[in-house]
Design a protein around this ligand. Structure first.
Ligand SMILES: C[S@@+](CC[C@H](N)C(=O)[O-])C[C@H]1O[C@@H](n2cnc3c(N)ncnc32)[C@H](O)[C@@H]1O
Length: 236
């Protein structure tokens, strides 16, 4: 499903190909995870008790997580606006297809957006809620975190997910790789200039805190406890 083991070698221009190879994250296996994540995200969003939700999703893939959230908000008659974005235009086309049956389209928009440019494209301190999922979600690229943080208003919320290095199946599937990932993860978490992804739980709290993003909660998804979804609040 998700090409976790190759992620650090992925160049941006490869995402189009990877999305094709992974059926634009539309497989049953991917959907199960997306549905579980959507349920947790909906609960966190509800806990915010806002009168109106203004949501930006980055790296939305096929948009299924956003669809579940939008569907729920419409059914519960909760006021919201949802902007689904991805680097790859084809993903946005798939997202539009997945949204075709949603009854009210008005609050939902779609667009191409590069997470590395989002503060310039959308303006700094403009976003209230940012969602990004998919194990190596776009918002959790190490060098994207400061940009994502700069895009959030004070008090804004980031919800994103991470590979869980300690998931038993993931760990046992390749023990040397798992150990090297844990060691490297620790190293990269300290190195602000490193280009690497966050691969797991280690160092997340400290790394995000450097960019004024306070970890509020974390939940494991699925019986294999992979991935981890987390919610952060922008302090300043
Ligand atoms: C692993 S997929 C996850 C898709 C979906 N969010 C999910 O949960 O199934 C990662 C997505 O991030 C997108 N992406 C990669 N780099 C990006 C960037 N720089 N800016 C925005 N999106 C990006 C990819 O095109 C891909 O759709």
């Amino acid at each position: 499903m998700y090409p976790e083991n190759r992620l650090i070698r992925i160049k941006m221009q490869d995402w189009g190909k990877i999305s094709e190879q992974n059926s634009h994250w539309n497989s049953n296996k991917a959907r199960k995870i997306q549905e579980k994540e959507a349920r947790i995200i909906i609960k966190w969003l509800r806990d915010l008790k806002l009168l109106n939700y203004n949501i930006l999703e980055v790296g939305c893939g096929n948009g299924y997580v956003g669809l579940k959230i939008s569907d729920y908000f419409l059914k519960e008659k909760i006021e919201f606006k949802y902007y689904l974005t991805d680097l790859i235009p084809n993903c946005i086309e798939k997202t539009k297809e997945n949204f075709a049956n949603l009854k009210a389209h008005e609050p939902v928009r779609f667009g191409v957006l590069d997470v590395y440019k989002m503060d310039k494209t959308l303006g700094p301190k403009t976003q209230e809620i940012i969602i990004s999922t998919g194990f190596a979600s776009a918002a959790t690229y190490k060098n994207a975190v400061p940009i994502v943080s700069n895009s959030l208003k004070k008090g804004g919320v980031l919800i994103c997910d991470f590979v869980n290095n300690f998931s038993p199946i993931l760990f046992l599937s390749n023990i040397p790789r798992s150990i090297s990932r844990i060691i490297n993860n620790k190293k990269y978490a300290k190195d602000v200039n490193s280009k690497y992804y966050h691969f797991g739980k280690i160092g997340i709290k400290e790394y995000f805190q450097k960019y004024d993003l306070k970890l509020i909660d974390m939940k494991y998804i699925g019986v294999l406890k992979n991935p981890i979804v987390a919610i952060f609040k922008k302090n300043r």
